[in-house]
Design a protein around this ligand. Sequence first.
Ligand SMILES: Nc1ncnc2c1ncn2[C@@H]1O[C@H](COP(=O)(O)OP(=O)(O)OP(=O)(O)O)[C@@H](O)[C@H]1O
Ligand SMILES: [Mg+2]
Length: 363
Amino acid sequence: MSVDATQIEAALKEYTDPYLEKDLVSANCIKNIAIDGTTAKIDVALGFPAKGYTETLANELKSKVEAIDGIDSAEFNFSDTIVSHAAQKGVSHIKGVKNIIAVASGKGGVGKSTTSVNLALALAADGANVGILDADIYGPSQPRMLGVSDAKPESSDGTTMEPVISLGLQSMSIGYLIEEDTPMIWRGPMVTQALEQLLNDTTWREVDYLVIDLPPGTGDTQLTLAQKVPVSGAVIVTTPQDIALLDARKAYKMFEKVEVPVLGVIENMSIHICSECGHEENIFGEGGGQKMSEDFDIKFLGALPLDMQIRQEADNGKPTVAADPDGRVTEIYKDIARRTTAKLAQQAKDYSSKFPKIVIAND
Ligand SMILES: Nc1ncnc2c1ncn2[C@@H]1O[C@H](COP(=O)(O)OP(=O)(O)OP(=O)(O)O)[C@@H](O)[C@H]1O
Ligand SMILES: [Mg+2]
């Protein structure tokens, strides 16, 4: 008796994808199943960047499909087309950018900038075209973290700016335009305007994900972001201290109010691993991010250790994902990046640009 597609689907369903948290059939990722004698050919469309993951995935799926009586070999063809996802209603699209992911926290100094840049690098390593916008007008961090403190964006027409390219990322920051030690004494409306210009006047080039590194709290920048920037999803960074979590909850509430989906929470500086003896210690308490994710029913994206390597590499202009591409910490960032974009891939798509213009004519 020959094998049919239903049997293949049943076998594929036995594997739960760790990033989508469901099987690939239920996640609508199986696009075609062809059976040629005892060979099955399966097309898989993942919807999130996964270059470093498809080999593992293929092996997992292969073992399930090849266990079917009558199938000797299973071949997989992966594609990871990234589409644009819906943002707040009525906020217009940014040219050259498919999706915006905001990285926020309630409290300062929890590691938003470090996390943003490493997530951006992880997405790029998995095959996406990635940009990073430093939305911290008062204290920009990205020029230093990307190792381009002295860079100045070029302009070919005197109005728009080319993004600065470093470590494979397109980036823009007020830090490229103003001397590092110039104090920024700006009022709210100026901050708003500066942010809008950095975003809109940059010639982003086919960016799949633009990661926005936010300043701490829920001030003018966040308000502008909520009202004028099409954000597809937000990620909240927290440390395990209770007080930081209280602030993280405020950040969560803010996004909820403006209907930006919170893709999940990342716990940073979670455990301390002693560089001398390898002993692990929960300096700031245990499981705070996990608890927040349970309380608010949002996804726990992962936890990063308090690790000297993370600080040194970011401060030296080559963050961990770029400096140590095969290291354990890089693996954690990649895991978090995939969970984030897999979550986004399951949100509504943006059809706004596809609707025809309705014209009412009196004739
Ligand atoms: N997991 C980590 N382990 C060790 N050091 C870290 C870790 N994450 C961040 N750091 C360090 O902590 C400091 C603060 O991090 P970062 O600048 O990313 O925080 P932030 O939330 O963006 O701060 P701000 O609110 O001022 O924008 C930096 O020196 C950074 O290198
Ligand atoms: Mg920062």
